[in-house]
Design a protein around this ligand. Sequence first.
Ligand SMILES: [Zn+2]
Ligand SMILES: [Zn+2]
Length: 64
Amino acid sequence: MSQPSSAIDWDRHASHSRACTQCGTGYPRPCACGGEVHREVMTLPGGGYIQLTRCDTCLTPDGR
Ligand SMILES: [Zn+2]
Ligand SMILES: [Zn+2]
C-alpha cells in the first residue's frame, strides 16, 4: 500500500525554531502570526516537483 503523496510529515521539522534543518535554503521564514513557515519539496511522477510551505503556528501556507 502506498501512502498518498499529499501526506507530508511536518513532524520532522523543528517546530517553533529557526534552526530547522529539514527546510533547506531560505527556510524557515517568519510568518505574520509570529510562527515559522517551513518548507517541503515534493517530487512528482515525471520529474517535476512542487514546493509546499506551512506555518508551524497558524498552519496556513506561506502566501508568497
Ligand atoms: Zn522546517
Ligand atoms: Zn503563521
